[in-house]
Each structure stands twice: as structure tokens, then as C-alpha cells.
Design a protein around this ligand. Structure first.
Ligand code: BGC
Length: 819
């Protein structure tokens, strides 16, 4: 079968790579969060002593499907050197580079070919650097030292408390203490995809930076922020707790209570700051918090309640002496009544443009009453309870003040729903009985006109099978058996399949059996940090893919037994080609920018690479709620807050889908909040928490940006595997939110013992990934058994065919070309 290769045949840096690295740089700059500044920043001096594992081995992003095989990632060491800093700890750095290389090699040799070595959760972890010696200290002069703490994590495993994944190690603390004693200023940088416990540093007067995992340009971006050429403007999108025990029911998370089969969401709606603020538990750093090199004044100007919308104009003035950007965050405290309420919830946010000293900008907000409503389970309704809704503006969850009060004189029903995802067990949920007291003197108020709220009653049912001329022309030629192939991908080897679209490394591919009927085959590629493809590959004349050492798709593959890498050795006559994709800052970083414009640009940059390499579905963004800092995939996700997750993901979708026929796949729908044994974990969660927290971000994305694809998760919710869930795949997505794209499974999530292929397709999960004959057979059997109707199969296939005929590749190629 014919193929199209769009990789390049040499290693020159393309114009697109250059352009995209600029976007990655800008996004990284805006993503760093300055947590403490002892006065050292911006650095006055170019002489810096640099230490810690992450200095020369800065982690750009996590492992697993979130990995990106980019050309080169700039470390903090390299970035600082290139920016003209004099690194006075050169010997320490060089020693660690050598030792790290040896340790890595040793690990590969020790693990090579081990039965459990080749698994997603088995990745090399940076070696602890040598302790800082007396000689290191004597050699490193200057006034400023930097220590970089790094943590790695990835798919299929949660972080382990015992491994210090969430706390500082003794050697790190003793090194940091040594540096603190010797240098006038110490800057500690946290290079991790999520928060860690920094208790041992609490009493030190230091500067502290959350670097996150800032992608391939992170080191360069940080150097410019440190020098003051750029500035900090990131804010935490997730609360940093003082100690792990402060997390509600944290001791029951994942492996910690020994029960990996059940995850009880006992904290209910009190996730992240909603818990800490309501129950008055002081975190180390609040949600929304982040310093800059300047100061801002936030002032509410006009406020107007018009119908069900509140319009707010907020003025931000740079009152300091340095340029900067501020994030205005609007919170609401809603009255408790029949339902208990969190102390406050974020309802909107916006970032200013760059403001010079004394410059000001007015940000305009429009807040719909839906964002103030709560879900009442007994009557399956979103309601606005009677009472005062206090609207507050500020720049963190801790620093905001009332600017307006909406007075609601009677309970109003915004919408009526079918209840979804019924509990499968009873367990006690966290509640609070607080009544919030505010000093509202002088704060403007207005009464909500009850007539402005017209109750919306949702209608449910399977949507009509999609039909238009292009889709019908294909679907009408296909039998049920053939439609079963359309709904299942080509299988695991899709990653290395060279037929039709040849883009090695893609995670999946749709069938190419029906090219003669006009149905093109398209590809799907990970993931949230950027397009995951193989950087360098060879393809033989017969279409067999070979891989080069050091160019594996996933880092764990370096320990694959040699026999499994039979395709390793390229032959003389094979065609060698390259696919260079950009590693952008990870999800946690992108959310920390709070800048939807820049995230949209990241999306557009990814989309251009999708177009170049003919990838139709991008398996991103990941937007699960960061419920607990130990979740192994937090780095891929955005925030503990659904509004941040929703708005940031919507921006990403707008960017990607700006090119017609390129689709985002928002994932993992839903409640994939832990990784250990993720395929068998049952998330017990209330409908209210589901709707207000765990599904809300997905809802915002679909309503505001219309992602054309959704990936269901591995786990169960209240006893039902998510791909099998009619409530999720049809009622929520399609009936309530108007989703009109393709729902796909996560990889192998309907294999025996997990979800059910036929049931999933019947219930609205259109595509089974990565698929293969076995799954297609299950669909055919389902048709026979009656667990899947022809109409349901046709509905799913029509959704897929629709996405293919309007895809990027369908614009460029004709199925005829590949026969
Ligand atoms: C991950 C998904 C990913 C898929 C394809 C799964 O293991 O959970 O997020 O998109 O693999 O690589």
C-alpha cells in the first residue's frame, strides 16, 4: 500500500521549528511562579553558583504518553550560560553530568530485558547528585547560589511518599542549608510537574521559584526571567499544602490505604482551595498566588447586573517600578441554604497585557448566573439559593475583596436534568455548616430579577445518526461488519504502521480497509506536552519501520529486551527521515500562565505540526482535576479548579482547531485522578461533585470551544466503566453540552475484565482504540447478541466518518491515491 511521509530527510532546523520554539519560550516565561523573593531577584549579578540534580538535567516534562521526542531541551545550566551568566560551580556541574551519565547507563544495563522493565511506569529517575563538598563551596564564589530540586513522574504510577516524591530528601536539605550559610542569597527552584512539601525550608529567608516542567525552552526562559530581561507573571493553579496530612482524606488516596480498587471522593466538592478556604486550613501557598517584580493595584470600576449577567470592569494599575502582568481573579461566595457551599469559588479570570510602571488597563468580565449556581441532587437541578452572592476581585484566593453583591430573594431553578452516574455505595461526604460573614458596608448591590432566569429543561435520548452527502456516500456502501472496522483502530502496531499516513510514533490509526469506498485513514497522536512522534526513523521498501538507538518513542523503551527491538537495525537501502516536534511547557505550567491567549498560540503551534505530519487527532489536552499532588499524571493536567481547567483547555482547543480538520481530544473523561491500577479503580463520587468539579472543565471546553473529540478514561465511576457509560457519553456530552464529535476510549480500556466494547459503542463511545480485529469481532458479536444495534453502530461510525471526511488529511489527499 502506498504511503505519504512528511518528515524531512535531513536534520536542518525548519522554519516551523524555529517559530514554535519561540511560542514554547513565551509560554515558559509566563508559566514560572515566583513564590518568595528575598530581594535577590531580578539578579543584579551575573555570577551564580548553580547546584542540584535539575541544574544540568532539568526535567522538561513527564514520562509516558505525555513525553515529547523533541530535538533538544535547554537545561537551566545551559540557559543561564547562554544568557551570559558566569556559573561558578562549573566543576560540580561537570562532575554531575559525568556521574549522571554513568548512573543512567548502569540503570539501563541492570534493567535491560527484565520482565517488568518494559512498562510505562518503569522510568529512569535522576540520580541524587553528589553532596556539595567543601571544595565545591570554596570554588563557587559570588553572592548568589541556586539549587534546583527535580522530580519526575508519569503515567501508570502515582508518586510515592516513601520515595520523597513529595518531600525534600535529606541530602537536598543539607546541601540547601550549606548554601544558605555560605551565600548572601539562595534561590531554590522546584522543577517538578506538581507541588512538593517544602517544610524544611520554611524558616530560611530565601527566594523560591516554581519552575514546573517548562518544556524545551524552559532553561532559556528562566535565565531571562532571572536576569530581569523578562519577569514573573505566573500564578499557582493548584494549592500548595503545608504538609501532606493537610489534604482531606489524603491518607486514603490511591495506594496509601491499600485499596486500589476504590477511590472514595469523600471531600466531595471541597477540592483544593475550596477545602482549605472553607475549613480554614492554612496552605503553604494559596491557589492563584504568585509574585512579580512589581506591584499592582486592582480596583473595580463599573458593575452592572443586567438580566442574568453581571458585568464588571476591573482596573489594574502597575504601581511598581518594573514591567509586569497581573492576573485578576473573580471569586464568588454563595449563600448556604439547603446545600452547603464552599467558602468561595473562582468564576472568572483574566490576565493583563504587559503593563509598564504607572500604566493601567481595564479588564472586562461578564459573569453568568450559571457560574454561581449549585447542583441539587434531589431534584436534579442547578439552583440559585436565596441570599447574598458576594462577588470578589483580587489576585489570589487569599487576596481578594468584595466588589459587588447580588441579592437573590427566592430560590431559582436554572436548569433541570436527568440524574447521572448513580452512587454505587454509601459513604460519608464532607459537609460544612459555616455561614460566611463579610463586611459589606459600602459595597454596591443589586437585586437579581427572577424573571431573568428561565428554567431550561434538558431533553435526553440518542441523537439522530449524522447524515450529510459526503458521509452518506461512504456509509451507505458499508455493511455492519465493515462499520465495526471503522469503529476500531488498526491496533497497537498503528504506531509503526506505514500505510497511507506514515508518521511513526502516532498512538493509533483508523482503518485503511475502505479506501476504495472513499474512506481515508487518519492518525491520532499524543500528547499534552506537544506532538509525540519518533524523531528519527527508517522505513524499508516494504514499509517496515526501524528505530534508531536513542530515538525511542518512550523513555522506558531503552530497557526493552533486544529481541523486542528487532526493528532496531536499519538497512542500507532504508529511507531515513526525521519528525521534529516541539516540547511545550506541560499542562501544570500552561495553567500557571493564566493566559488564554498564549495557550491558544501553543495550540495553534501544535496544530501546524499536526498539519505538517498529517496528524488528525491530537490526544490532548489532559484536563483531569489535580485532586491530589501524588497523582502521577498531574503534570499533564491543569489545575485543581474546573474553571481554570476549562478555560485553559478551551484556549488550547481554539488554537488547535483554528486549522480546520485538526482536532483536540480532551481527556480523560472523567475522574482519572489516580494512576496506580488505574484500569480497575472505581471512583465513588457524588453527582454534585461530578457536575460541579470533575465534569465542569469538560463542559466549559465543549460549550466554549467545541473540542471535536473526547477520550473516556480507564477507571469506573460509581461502578460503571466510563466508556460504557451512557450517562457520560450521551447524556452529558451530547444531550446537555451539544458535543458533536467523536468519543474514543483510552488505549485498551475495553479489554476483557474492563469496559465492554459493544456496550461502549452502543452507549456513545464511538471509537475503540487502539483497536484491532479482536475489538471489531466484539462489535460483531454484540450485534448478534443484541447488546449493540445496527443503528447504534451506524451512529458511531457516522461520527467517525464525518470527522475523517472533514479532516486535515482529507483536504490534502484522496483515498484513491493510496490504493
Ligand atoms: C494514556 C492516554 C494516551 C494513550 C495513547 C494511554 O496509556 O492514558 O492518555 O493518549 O495511552 O498513547
Amino acid at each position: 500500500m502506498k504511503r505519504v511521509i512528511t518528515g524531512q530527510y535531513d536534520e536542518t532546523v525548519s522554519k516551523l521549528e524555529e517559530e514554535n520554539s519561540k511560542v514554547a519560550y513565551e509560554a515558559a516565561v509566563e508559566s514560572f511562579v515566583l513564590l518568595k523573593n528575598d530581594g535577590a531577584l531580578p539578579l543584579q549579578d551575573k555570577k551564580v553558583a548553580l547546584f542540584g540534580a535539575g541544574a544540568s538535567h532539568t526535567i522538561k516534562g513527564g514520562t509516558g504518553s505525555g513525553e515529547v521526542n523533541n530535538r533538544h531541551s535547554v537545561t537551566i545550566y545551559e540557559g543561564m550560560k547562554n544568557a551570559g551568566f558566569e556559573i561558578t560551580s562549573e566543576k560540580y556541574i561537570q562532575r554531575n553530568i559525568e556521574e549522571e551519565a554513568k548512573a543512567h547507563e548502569k540503570w539501563i544495563n541492570e534493567n535491560k530485558g527484565m520482565p517488568n522493565a518494559a512498562s510505562l511506569s518503569n522510568n529512569y529517575v535522576l540520580k541524587d547528585p553528589d553532596c556539595i563538598s567543601e571544595a565545591d563551596l570554596t570554588e563557587s564564589d559570588g553572592k548568589v547560589a541556586i539549587y534546583v530540586v527535580s522530580r519526575q513522574s508519569g503515567e501508570a504510577a502515582d508518586k510515592k511518599l516513601a520515595n520523597h516524591d513529595f518531600s525534600l530528601k535529606d541530602n537536598e536539605v543539607s546541601d540547601i542549608t550549606l548554601l544558605y550559610e555560605k551565600f548572601e542569597h539562595l534561590i531554590v527552584i522546584v522543577n517538578s510537574g506538581a507541588s512538593i512539601d517544602l517544610s524544611p525550608l520554611d524558616d530560611l529567608k530565601i527566594s523560591l521559584i516554581f519552575y514546573g516542567q517548562a518544556g524545551q525552552e524552559g532553561g532559556r526562559a528562566l535565565a531571562d526571567v532571572l536576569s530581569g530581561k523578562k519577569y514573573f507573571s505566573g500564578k499557582l493553579a493548584t494549592t500548595w499544602v503545608k504538609k501532606y496530612e493537610d489534604i482531606p482524606f489524603g491518607n486514603e488516596f490511591s495506594y496509601l490505604n491499600g485499596d486500589l480498587d476504590n477511590e472514595y471522593y469523600k471531600e466531595d466538592i471541597y477540592v483544593g482551595y475550596r477545602y482549605f478556604d472553607t475549613f480554614k486550613v492554612e496552605p503553604r501557598f494559596h491557589f492563584g498566588y504568585g509574585l512579580s517584580y512589581t506591584e499592582f493595584e486592582i480596583e473595580a470600576l463599573e458593575k452592572k447586573l443586567e438580566g442574568r449577567k453581571l458585568h464588571l470592569n476591573i482596573k489594574v494599575r502597575n504601581t511598581g517600578e518594573h514591567a509586569g502582568k497581573e492576573v485578576v481573579q473573580i471569586y464568588a461566595s454563595c449563600p448556604s441554604g439547603r446545600l452547603d457551599k464552599e467558602y468561595q469559588r473562582l468564576v472568572a479570570f483574566k490576565k493583563t497585557s504587559e503593563l509598564q510602571p504607572k500604566e493601567e488597563e481595564v479588564l472586562k468580565f461578564e459573569i453568568d448566573m450559571y457560574s454561581l449556581a449549585s447542583y441539587e441532587e434531589t431534584f436534579s437541578s442547578y439552583i440559585l439559593e436565596k441570599g447574598d452572592y458576594v462577588i470578589k476581585a483580587g489576585n489570589s484566593s487569599a487576596d481578594n475583596k468584595p466588589v459587588f453583591v447580588i441579592e437573590n430573594r427566592e430560590e431559582l431553578v436554572l436548569s433541570k436534568h436527568d440524574s447521572i452516574c448513580h452512587y454505587d455505595s454509601e459513604y460519608e461526604k464532607l459537609k460544612n455548616n459555616n455561614v460566611w460573614e463579610y463586611d459589606l458596608e459600602g459595597v454596591e448591590r443589586a437585586v437579581l430579577d427572577k424573571n431573568a432566569i428561565v428554567t431550561r429543561t434538558y431533553k435526553y435520548g440518542k441523537p439522530a445518526v449524522y447524515s450529510d452527502e459526503k458521509v452518506d456516500r461512504i456509509i451507505n456502501q458499508l455493511t455492519d461488519k465493515q462499520l465495526a472496522d471503522v469503529c476500531t483502530g488498526v491496533g497497537t502496531m498503528g504506531m509503526m504502521d506505514t500505510n497511507v499516513i506514515c508518521a511513526p510514533g502516532v498512538a493509533g490509526k483508523t482503518t485503511y480497509k475502505y479506501l476504495d469506498k472513499g474512506l481515508m485513514s487518519v492518525t491520532l497522536a499524543d500528547g499534552p506536552g506537544g506532538l509525540r512522534l519518533v524523531r528519527k526513523t527508517a522505513v524499508s521498501k516494504t514499509g517496515r519501520i526501524k528505530m534508531f538507538k536513542g530515538h525511542y518513542l518512550l523513555s522506558f523503551m531503552e530497557v526493552m529486551p533486544d529481541w523486542a527491538l528487532f526493528f532496531l537495525k536499519p538497512g542500507k537501502n532504508d529511507t531515513v527521515f526525521y519528525q521534529f516536534a516541539t516540547a511545550f511547557p506541560v499542562g501544570t505550567n500552561l495553567a500557571s500562565t493564566w493566559n488564554t491567549d498564549i495557550v491558544e498560540e501553543v495550540g495553534y503551534a501544535v496544530s501546524k505540526e499536526m498539519d505538517k505530519y498529517n496528524v488528525t487527532y491530537w490526544l490532548a489536552p489532559g484536563m483531569n482535576i489535580q485532586r491530589n499532588p501524588l497523582c502521577g499524571r498531574n503534570f499533564e493536567y491543569y489545575s485543581e479548579d474546573p474553571v481554570v481547567s476549562g478555560k485553559i483547555s478551551a484556549a488550547m482547543t481554539r488554537g488547535v482547531q483554528r486549522i480546520e480538520g485538526n482536532y483536540t481530544t480532551i481527556k480523560h473523561f472523567a475522574c482519572n485522578n489516580a494512576e496506580d491500577k488505574r484500569e480497575f479503580s472505581n471512583a465513588h463520587v457524588s453527582e454534585r461533585a461530578l457536575r460541579e468539579i470533575y465534569l465542569k472543565g469538560f463542559e466549559i471546553n465543549i460549550r466554549e470551544a467545541g473540542s471535536k473529540s473526547v477520550m473516556t478514561s480507564y477507571n469506573l465511576i460509581n461502578g460503571t466503566y466510563t466508556p460504557d457509560s451512557y450517562d457520560l457519553c450521551t447524556k452529558m456530552l451530547r444531550n446537555e453540552w451539544g458535543f458533536d464529535g467523536v468519543v474514543m476510549t483510552d488505549w485498551f480500556s475495553t479489554r476483557p475484565g474492563q469496559g465492554h466494547t459493544d456496550v461502549a459503542v452502543a452507549n456513545g463511545n464511538d471509537m475503540i482504540m487502539p483497536g484491532d480485529k479482536v475489538y471489531a469481532k466484539s462489535l460483531k458479536e454484540g450485534l448478534k447478541k443484541g447488546t449493540l444495534s445496527s443503528e447504534d453502530l451506524r451512529r458511531a461510525a457516522a461520527n467517525i466518518i464525518r470527522s475523517i471526511v472533514y479532516s486535515n488529511v482529507a483536504k490534502k489527499y484522496s483515498p484513491e491515491d493510496f490504493k
